[in-house]
Design a protein. Structure first.
Ligand code: FAD
Length: 515
């Protein structure tokens, strides 16, 4: 079988078309295998739309054993690599395998779904290939429960976000998604199927969390649950001064009101001080009935403004005036512009699926499928004011055609045994430049936007800022070494232990396949 696949690698497509069913038979998979990038070539594309690498074949495993067979088969070849592909929402080809094998993990999405209680805590076992939106819907409808920590957008797989971190407005309280799983089933780069947790194979467990797919394929995750509320009060308030915005955001994530609940979600974003439909004032409104009255902002407001976004969970049988009281107590401590406050009440599930609605609109207008040269970073509290002055107020003063997120999280909620790299300070900011192209008749080229991302990174490097790229992308091992800093040696040792031939996740471009 391997010889047959290798011939396919080395010969031209026309000459080397192999009998799919015979290869499938040799591998003896319960799932299926297909040559090329799949029927629509989906495996050579990702959400970023910047890179494209065609795989040799796309495999749809049906279980961990199938994944193990594929990895073992690749290890017996001289050059085959294997990329687990979640939902392909990476930006820079991370889930691709140039002339390698792509595992379409979505084929396993229905596996494992099971509720458990251990010492009074509820967990759900889910497939690494499950979409978070399905985990949400199934947990709420079947058990009235839900995971605690999310991403903003949920058409991402469990394995895909756990390989990075998984961050949203709940992270200040519960940490990223990598802090909210207690056990994994992983297929290593040697083809071993292992269960791992804090107590069992801990090196593998912590290595895989945030491990960029380098040490194993996550086939099952055990996710902590909490009881799901019915409703969410979703509020946006506006600031003209960055220091007031950050002071309040930090207050909310560090000091809940005594004796009261704190907000359940805290995020923020920067927007342009103009009436631009995408980048400006309208981007703050939560409801078509809302209006942004520009006269209400102070005359001193600069090129950009800041929006603090918070949410409070409640149940439909709660007295609404009690909800109002809690909200006004918590907002009462904040120094936002009192005339620029917007709020709506939505169901909990609708709140968590809020970006799905954006996706639907963006698909209609075509900008969902155009390139997205995004930049995501973690910037320490000490460096964020300067970042605002140079990056938000100058380099990005006209906006980026999409959200510019900036909100604080707490280092102590991140487990430093995982592979995720974050700044050293207790408070650091997630900065996400979620660029959408084609918003005006003459959009800047993708190259120009990528160059602007480099300019921002270079500025941070030059200044000696304490920052890390999130969802990192580098072209050389030297840059990866810098990224991991004093964790590099550990990362290399784990690679040698769990994927010694460097078969897994070649699209991250960290290690080269060993023959
Ligand atoms: P893929 O892109 O398919 O894979 C990503 C990497 O993980 C690849 O290296 C792949 O090989 C590896 N991988 C995939 N599945 C597995 C597995 N089962 N086991 C081991 N390795 C695996 N991130 C946040 O933290 N917060 C957000 O709010 C957020 N919002 C987003 C919104 C949008 C619209 C998009 C496009 C992305 C967003 N992201 C966010 C980033 C997202 O979390 C990552 O890009 C994530 O990797 C995408 O998941 P995926 O399932 O598409 O993974």
């Amino acid at each position: 079988m391997i010889a047959c696949l290798e011939r396919y690698v080395h010969e031209t497509d026309a000459e080397s078309r192999q009998d799919v069913s015979s290869i499938c038979k040799t591998l003896d998979l319960q799932g299926s295998i297909e040559f090329g990038g799949g029927p629509t070539g989906f495996a050579d594309k990702d959400f970023g739309g910047v890179y494209s690498f065609e795989p040799l074949a796309v495999i749809r495993p049906s279980c961990a054993d199938d994944v193990a067979r594929v990895v073992k088969a690749a290890s017996r070849s001289s050059n085959l690599t294997v990329a687990a592909r979640g939902n392909g929402h990476s930006i820079n080809g991370q889930a691709m395998a140039h002339r390698g094998l792509v595992l379409d993990m979505r084929s396993t999405e229905d596996n494992h779904f099971k509720l458990l209680t251990i010492n009074g805590v509820y967990y759900v076992d889910v497939s690494g290939g499950a979409l978070w939106e399905d985990v949400l819907k199934r947990c709420v409808s079947k058990f009235g429960m839900a995971p605690r920590s999310w991403t903003d957008y949920l058409s991402l797989t469990v394995g895909g976000t756990l390989s990075n971190a998984g961050v949203s407005g709940q992270a200040f309280r519960y940490g990223p998604q990598t802090s909210n799983v207690t056990e994994l089933e992983v297929v290593t780069g040697k083809g071993d199927v292992l269960i791992c947790s804090e107590n069992e194979n801990p090196e593998l467990f912590f290595g895989v969390l945030g491990g960029l797919g380098q040490f194993g394929v996550i086939t099952r995750a055990r996710v902590v649950l909490q009881s799901a509320p019915d409703m969410v009060r979703w509020i946006r308030v506006v600031y003209s001064e960055f220091d007031e915005f950050t002071r309040d955001a930090e207050l909310l994530v560090t000091q809940p009101v005594k004796g009261e609940s704190s907000f359940d979600y805290v995020e923020g974003f920067v927007f342009v001080n103009s009436d631009d439909r995408v980048n400006g004032w309208p981007s703050v409104l939560l409801d078509p009935g809302h209006g942004f009255e520009p006269d209400h902002k102070p005359p001193t407001a600069g090129s950009v403004l800041y929006c603090l976004e918070v949410a409070l969970h409640y149940n439909s049988d709660n007295n609404l005036s009690a909800v109002d009281t809690v909200v006004s107590t918590m907002l009462g401590r904040l120094g936002f512009n009192r005339n620029l406050k917007f709020q709506v009440d939505v169901s909990y599930v609708d709140f968590l699926l809020r970006v799905k609605r954006v996706e639907e609109q963006a698909k209609t207008s075509g900008i969902w499928d155009s390139p997205h040269p995004w930049l995501n970073m973690f910037v320490s509290k000490s460096d964020i004011a300067e970042f605002d002055r140079e990056v938000f107020k100058k380099i990005l003063k006209d906006g980026i055609g999409g959200p510019m997120l900036v909100y604080p999280v707490l280092r102590s909620k991140w487990d430093n045994r995982t592979s995720v790299m974050i700044p050293d300070e207790e408070i650091f900011y997630l900065v996400a430049l979620l660029r959408f192209t084609c918003t005006n008749p003459k959009p800047p080229t993708v190259e120009k936007l990528v160059a602007q991302n480099h300019e921002i990174i270079q500025y941070c490097n030059k200044r000696g800022s304490d920052f890390k790229l999130y969802l990192p992308h580098y072209k050389s091992q030297e840059e990866w070494k810098n990224h991991f800093g004093n964790q590099w040696t550990r990362f290399v040792e784990m690679k040698a232990c769990f994927d010694p031939m460097a078969i897994l996740s070649p699209g991250q471009n960290i290690f080269s396949r060993l023959p």
